[in-house]
Design a protein around this ligand. Structure first.
Ligand SMILES: NC(=O)c1ccc[n+]([C@@H]2O[C@H](COP(=O)([O-])OP(=O)(O)OC[C@H]3O[C@@H](n4cnc5c(N)ncnc54)[C@H](O)[C@@H]3O)[C@@H](O)[C@H]2O)c1
Length: 245
């Protein structure tokens, strides 16, 4: 399949989606930024940032004004049909039980279902509760049927940046990837190496590639680690990889 764009970032006007879209474009990829907030779209298409983030305004200006068509911002989901990778990164605010609410992710997958094609690689990037990628995969399979579902890949590759350092960290922090297949793992790795980062390619003791569930567990731990310096929690997450959970 000949893809017009390399990556669609869905939630491209957000604190995570926008720096990510710009970092990919600046690394030479063709990016379709999908955003449903029309006010953010208007700001972006006028060449301005909807929020302050060091380094972003310059990249936005460079690529929107150039004729290389490296990046577009739109609310038109039809464009996702022409993008090989679909990175899904809406907000996941905490519920009353303090768990990330996956309603926005489910909504995006619902909108994507008629646009999916064989060869698509879906990457969930929002912060989620352990088990979410598996649950959403089943949801998607029910929506699109086993035949098409077996021809796409789904992975979880959490965002770890802190606001104010997004562009710098997107090119520095190793990417952790959880996938259901080796092919999915390799394809998602290939995408993130375009940013110049290493891939956290741990294997479980059973020799399996990292399952999304393990990454979802460790993602929470990484965030606590950075917030509180809780090395014990990070060590516990690493042990989870080793015991093959
Ligand atoms: N902000 C951070 O520094 C940070 C760091 C690490 C992880 N995260 C996680 O990343 C995720 C995104 O966070 P954020 O801060 O970017 O949120 P955000 O609210 O700034 O951005 C989300 C964007 O998605 C758009 N959106 C929502 N539904 C959509 C849909 N159906 N189609 C297209 N666009 C849609 C929204 O309009 C918004 O612009 C959350 O899970 C968050 O916990 C955030």
């Amino acid at each position: 399949m000949e893809w017009k764009y390399d990556v669609a970032v869905i939630g491209a006007g957000g604190r995570v989606g926008l720096p990510l879209s710009l970092a990919f474009a600046d690394s030479g990829l063709r990016v379709a930024g999908i955003e449903i907030d029309k006010s953010k779209l208007a700001i972006l298409n006028a060449g301005m940032m909807p929020f302050d983030e060091p380094g972003c305004a310059e990249i936005l200006k460079d690529h929107l004004e150039s004729s290389d068509e490296r990046i577009v911002f739109t609310d038109d989901y039809d464009l996702t049909e022409t993008c090989e990778y679909l990175i899904v990164v809406p907000g996941t605010p905490l519920t009353i039980d303090n768990a990330p609410d996956a309603t926005g992710l489910r909504d995006v997958l619902g909108r994507l279902k008629t646009h999916l094609r064989p060869g698509h690689i879906i990457i969930l990037r929002s912060t989620v509760a352990p088990g979410t990628t598996e649950v959403l995969s089943r949801f998607l399979r029910n929506q699109i049927g086993q035949s098409l579902f077996s021809e796409i890949e789904i992975a979880f590759a959490p965002e770890r940046i802190v606001e104010g350092k997004a562009i710098q960290e997107l090119h520095e922090l190793p990417q952790i990837i959880g996938a259901f297949s080796n092919v999915g793992f390799e394809k998602v790795s290939l995408l993130f190496t375009q940013l110049g980062v290493g891939i956290a390619a741990h294997r479980t003791r059973a020799g399996r590639d990292m399952d999304p569930f393990v990454v979802e567990l460790s993602g929470g731990a990484v965030r606590v680690y950075f917030a509180a310096g809780a090395k014990l929690i990070w060590a516990t997450a690493l042990r989870t990889f080793q015991i093959g959970a």
